[in-house]
Write a protein that binds this ligand. Structure first.
Ligand code: ADP
Ligand code: ZN
Ligand code: ZN
Length: 710
């Protein structure tokens, strides 16, 4: 009798243990298979984990059926690892990896590539070529069947570039990107160093290259080597629409790039998944979820803009694509290249310690003009009677830019911002005496630190200068857009942020239109700060840098530094001189100073000292436990139970209290922050997770290495 241990997917039941089922005679259900099995009096879905010799219980039931699509067998081990890392059950981890539920077998059809010089062909290859000359494009299996041959000659023709896939979607926009004729010294050095690792061992590189240093070209050159060696390449990007140019570059360098992200239609997603699973795509570019692309022989994983928060999934399972990529790279013996102008403190620390290899690209490809940067002190603006969102300097600069028929980018960092209070006269903020973070406004004038719980009340006059200009901080891109429309009638305005309606393709279209415009203003959240290369942009304005400083989050300074650095990088790409204007109420904040000076290592040193003193990451790891319930009594009962477990497990409790968003859609919330100094803390948290008693009134979420504290 053949037995399968099956992990039930968590949407049916959060069962920790796998359950044994019999594989009926004639059924194929290797590990990774997705199967329907009886559970109680229901039929549920699960994943075959392994084939034990004998079942755990004598009486077992039969697997009912097996899905057409299966996970690669290696994903069982990946899921077990990820469950501990992300603080969830294996069934939950698996649910993030599942193939898209779409119908139909792969529909990729192949045609003769007119441009390809075929060279010498084998008899069977010639047969295929002659056949396709007279036929419309066909699927591989159809060709093989019609000619009575195996798939091998067809696959060889594809590898040679003689056959190319019929694209079911219009190709990407023609961004007209300049070709790279000669590598810069920095690029050549970085590439040479990564190449050394190609046939030796898996190695992780941190490519720290300033904006415009040409990191994409490095990825492409290494990808070429890896593909030539017959292996596969996975490229992760934070957001597809905003990495349109990277995509266009890869597409012009390689045929058959598979693009995989959650914005695809279900059927499109399914067919891409099938293409990848069947080895028909050797380069996959995608967002966070693409880290689970079913590639079988990965030689290179690239994580572009490594520091981006988009790589952390903010719903269960709360995994970080960087961690999963690292795991997969290790399993596949692949190179991992993480690129950024502003690496996260976590990653850079590992690079400095020698665990990763650090590659620096300190100079830009085009360094034609120095950039003129300027900080505008918004406190002075107010004192001089300007209460608007735009300073006089920025307004004048926008006017000039439009008059010269050039383009401007305006950034507004509104996302992930907790409401806080700021004195518009002197820049005073309520900060926590223990944590160097801003206090968060909780309504009714109550302010709290949600790292340590310190509380305070808003005074009617500013405690620092005595003015009556204590205001809640928060502005929107929409408001800014209408303000600009009134101020600059007739100017071409383009707003792009996570909230603007439409698909990734719509957003790309939007940006592409702007790219082609003669002049205008592009405004949005920090999402537009990265990856885009607009040669006509000569002015970058950051409307309010404080919004990221004021986040009640210990990474606020880091995020501000990243935003300002990335934003300033947008002007130095073209042939025209550039100007950067940063509006702020805290002109002396170190993150702004270092960003303007382009001094990453200065910022790193400073911020590491702050983190070290507070015992925060990357010196430690945090776990956030978020409990919610409709009923406050039930909530507190669960919180008390968990607190008792924490005491037993002698955890380092950093904070326990309501988060900034204390109630969401009728549910009261409570969060607990744990700190781990070293050791196998993931296992410890996993044990705790299993000890927490589930009840149907409360929801408990565990978030290891949290980025969101709201
Ligand atoms: P990064 O990702 O480091 O910010 P990009 O890869 O977007 O930079 O490159 C910036 C610009 O420089 C792009 O327009 C790119 O085509 C161009 N570029 C890159 N490498 C070279 C090179 N060696 N010679 C000429 N242009 C280059
Ligand atoms: Zn505090
Ligand atoms: Zn004040």
């Amino acid at each position: 009798m053949q037995v399968a241990s099956v992990v039930i997917l968590s949407k049916y039941a959060d069962i920790e243990q796998s359950l044994d089922y019999r594989i009926p005679a004639g059924m194929q259900a290797p590990p990774g298979s997705i199967v329907q099995v009886p559970l109680g009096n229901r039929v549920v879905e699960g994943v075959v984990f392994r084939h034990p010799e004998t079942p755990e219980v004598p009486e077992i039931k039969d697997i009912i059926s097996v899905n057409e699509r299966a996970l690669p067998a290696e994903f069982t081990a990946l899921a077990a690892w990820m469950a501990v890392r992300a603080g969830c059950s294996i069934g939950t981890a698996l649910s993030a990896m599942l193939p898209p539920a779409g119908t139909g077998l792969p529909q990729v059809r192949w045609q003769l590539n007119q441009q390809a010089a075929a060279g010498t062909l084998t008899k069977k290859q010639q047969l295929v070529v002659d056949f396709l000359r007279q036929q419309s494009p066909m699927q591989k299996t159809e060709i093989a069947q019609a000619l009575g041959i195996s798939l091998a000659p067809i696959n060889n023709l594809i590898a040679k570039g003689v056959l190319s896939p019929v694209k079911s979607k219009a190709p990407g926009q023609a961004w007209n990107l300049p070709l790279v004729a000669e590598l810069t010294r920095d690029q050549a050095k970085a590439i040479a160093r990564i190449k050394e690792a190609l046939d030796t061992k898996a190695e992780t590189f941190v490519l720290h290259g300033v904006t415009g240093s040409g990191k994409t070209e490095v990825y492409i050159r290494i990808a070429k080597e890896v593909l030539a060696a017959g292996r596969q390449v996975l490229v992760l990007v934070p957001e597809i629409a905003l990495t349109a140019q990277l995509l266009a570059r890869f597409r012009s360098a390689f045929a058959g790039v598979s693009v995989f992200h959650s914005g695809l239609t279900p059927s499109r997603r399914a067919s891409e998944w099938d293409r990848i699973a069947q080895g028909e795509a050797s380069i996959v570019i995608g967002t966070r979820s693409a880290v689970f692309a079913p590639l079988t022989d990965i030689g290179l994983i690239v994580i572009d803009e490594e520091h981006e928060l988009a790589y952390k999934q903010e719903e269960t399972p709360r995994y970080h694509a960087r961690d999963v990529a690292e795991y997969r790279a290790r399993e596949h013996g692949a190179l991992l290249v993480m690129g950024s102008a502003t690496p996260s403190l976590e990653t850079y620390t590992l690079a400095r310690s020698g665990q990763y290899t650090l590659l620096e690209m300190p100079s830009r490809v085009y360094q034609r003009h120095p950039v003129d940067t300027e900080i505008v002190d918004m406190r002075r603006e107010l004192q001089q009677g300007n209460r608007g969102m735009l300073s006089r300097a920025l307004t004048q600069a926008l006017t000039d830019t439009l008059a010269r028929k050039e383009q401007a980018l305006l950034f507004l960092n509104r996302r992930g911002v907790a409401p806080t209070v700021l004195c518009r006269n002197c820049g005073f903020r309520y900060t926590c005496p223990n944590c160097s973070t801003s206090l968060t406004l909780h309504g009714h004038g109550l302010l709290r630190c949600h790292h340590c719980g310190a509380a305070s009340r808003i005074a009617s006059l500013c405690p620092n200068c005595g003015s009556k200009y204590l205001r809640e901080l928060g502005v929107g891109t929409q408001k800014l857009e209408s303000l600009l429309a009134a101020r600059f009638p007739g100017a071409h305005l383009c707003r792009v942020d996570r909230d603007t309606a439409g698909t990734a393709a719509d957003k790309e279209e939007h940006l592409f239109n702007f790219f082609q415009q003669e002049s205008g203003i592009l405004l949005g959240t920090q999402m537009i700060a990265k990856g885009l290369d607009f040669p006509k942009v000569t002015l970058v304005g950051i409307v309010l840098a404080d919004l990221s400083l004021a986040m009640s989050d210990f990474r606020a300074a880091e995020r501000t530094f990243q935003l300002v650095t990335q934003a300033a990088g947008r002007t130095v790409r073209g042939q025209l001189p550039g100007r950067v204007i940063i509006q702020t109420y805290q002109p002396d904040h170190y993150s702004l100073r270092y960003a303007l000076a382009g001094d990453y290592s200065g910022f790193y040193r400073h911020e590491m000292e702050v983190r070290g003193k507070a015992g925060l990451p990357p010196f430690t790891h945090l776990t956030r436990i978020l409990v919610s319930a409709r009923d406050k009594v039930r909530l507190m009962k669960q919180v008390d139970d968990i607190s008792a477990l924490l005491r037993q497990g002698s955890f380092d409790l950093l904070f326990s209290g309501p988060p900034p968003l204390e109630r969401i859609s009728g549910r009261w919330r409570w969060h607990i922050l744990l700190r781990h100094k070293a050791g196998p803390w993931g296992k410890k948290v996993d044990t705790l997770r299993m000890q927490i008693k589930a009840d149907k009134y409360t929801r408990v979420i565990i978030d290891n290495d949290p980025y969101n504290f709201m």
